[in-house]
Design a protein around this ligand. Sequence first.
Ligand code: DGJ
Length: 328
Amino acid sequence: MFKFVLIGFLFTFCALSGIAQNKTINPGAVWPDDRGQHIQAHGGGIIKIKDTYYWYGEERAQGLDPHYRYVSCYSSRDLTNWKFRGDVVKMSDPENLGEGWILERPKVYYNKLTKKYVMYFHLDTRNYQYARVGIAVSDKPDGNYTFVKSFRPLDHQSRDIGQFIDDDGSAYLIFEDRALGFHIVKLADDYMSVAKEMSLVNMPLEGGAVVHYKGLYYAIGSALTGWAPNPNKYATATSLAGPWSEFKDIAPPETKTYHSQSTMMLKVVGTKDTTVIFMADQWKPNAQWDSRYLWMPLEIGEGKLWLNEPKPWKINVKTGEHKIAEKL
Ligand code: DGJ
């Protein structure tokens, strides 16, 4: 009896408070968090700790204090419903970078040796000439993160960064270097610096992301067109050290990746299947708080990778299966 009363109460509470469960992932739509507010995790990245996914990204809500840069953190067990865990970074200009200084594309790694959560981000001046990575650390996934230092990885310019954790747990940073292409580098054991270069791919790509799927590495990225979308491309290699194949379109080029830019590929390995999610941003440079997310399961395998036309879809993180809406 008590159970029924409780369920009834919860139902009424949710209905009255307007808290609704997201049932599908709706690419390009407003994505409400547990407070009913559009998720603010742009240029983001995701890690999984036990059964919980943590999504970090640029917090670009309206009304933030312009002296600070903010990184938000959300958590979820189903990749569909996200709880706002707070702004885990609220940082003032750490290195006298001046007005309009930039903190973009935060990515968090959990280091088992030091038991620290290590955040990398793109740190820059307004004109993007500083071109460094910054590091901030925390004892907990949901912060707060304390700024430690900035540097140029292996002395190279670094703008957009991406994150890749291989199946053996090794952690890699992907970074765009206008002069040379994009680098994939292995992090040092404590993740506080870069240990060595795996690949320098001689291709001007940013928004870099890598996934390891059935014995092949797939790397994707976008052309250098600022906030404007372009046809994102992919290449494959049997080793992170390359050689990498030629780059091909991931979607019909005229759609400009369905008006989006890559930020990560997330592999969801379940009991029955594996889904690789293409995570991308649909930027609105004049209304960044309203920038949207395009997440879609990729068609991937045997050296091919393809992004289908975005549609609402569901993922079951336990089985690893997904369903596109028209097949629900
Ligand atoms: C493209 C990058 O991918 C974004 O993160 C941002 O740096 C814009 N350029 C700025 O124009």
